[in-house]
Design a protein around this ligand. Structure first.
Ligand code: ZN
Length: 183
C-alpha cells in the first residue's frame, strides 16, 4: 500500500467525470488500498479516486469508526430531509463551509470482487457518501454553496497558500442535484 499525493483544487482531474470500473481485478484492489492508506494518512473522512489522480468511480470512507469503500456507487434518497453543516475537502485544504446535503442516503454499488453492496447512511455518513460521489462526477462541495457563499469560498481558495493560479477555478453544476434538491 502506498500513500499517494492528493490532487488540489485547480487540477483538471478533479473536474473530469470518472469512468465506471469494468475490471474487478488486482489493480482495483490496489487502488482501494492506496485510497484507504492515503485517506487515513490525511485523517480524512473520505477519499475519491480522482483525488489521487485516478479517474475511476471508487471512493473510501472512514466515518464514526466505520471504514469502507464502494465501487460504481449510485445514490438514492429515501426522503426529502436535509442537513446543513460545515464541510471540507482534502483537495481544498484548510477551508470549511456550511453545505446543505440530504440527511439520508442509500448508496448502491459493488465491492472489489464485483458483488453488489449497499450503504444506508444518515448524518455524517450520508454527507460523506454524497461528497465522495460528487467527486466522481467532477463536482466539488463549493459548487453546492449558494451564490454569495460560493463567492466567498472562491476568494478564500484564491488566497490560500497552496493555490496555483495557473489552474484557474471552474464551477460546475452537479448532474445529481439542482437547487430544487439541495435548496
Ligand atoms: Zn472532497
Amino acid at each position: 500500500m502506498t500513500v499517494q499525493p492528493i490532487r488540489l483544487f485547480g487540477d483538471p482531474v478533479l473536474r473530469t467525470p470518472a469512468e465506471p470500473v469494468v475490471d474487478f481485478d488486482k489493480e482495483l484492489r490496489k487502488l482501494v488500498e492506496d485510497l484507504t492508506e492515503t485517506m487515513r494518512d490525511q485523517s480524512g473522512a473520505g477519499l475519491a479516486a480522482p483525488q489521487i489522480g485516478v479517474s475511476l468511480r471508487v471512493f473510501t470512507f472512514d466515518v464514526d469508526d466505520v471504514l469502507g469503500y464502494m465501487v460504481n456507487p449510485v445514490l438514492e434518497f429515501p426522503d426529502e430531509e436535509e442537513q446543513d453543516g460545515p464541510e471540507g475537502c482534502l483537495s481544498i485544504p484548510g477551508l470549511y463551509f456550511d453545505t446543505k446535503r440530504r440527511q439520508n442516503v442509500i448508496a448502491k454499488g459493488f465491492n472489489v470482487y464485483g458483488d453488489p453492496m449497499q450503504i444506508v447512511g444518515t448524518g455524517l455518513m450520508s454527507r460523506c457518501v454524497q461528497h465522495e460521489t460528487d467527486h466522481l462526477d467532477g463536482v466539488l462541495f463549493v459548487d453546492r454553496l449558494d451564490r454569495s457563499a460560493r463567492k466567498e469560498a472562491l476568494r478564500a481558495i484564491r488566497s490560500a497558500d497552496w493555490y496555483d493560479p495557473s489552474n484557474p477555478p471552474q464551477i460546475k453544476v452537479s448532474p445529481h442535484g439542482s437547487r430544487g434538491i439541495f435548496g
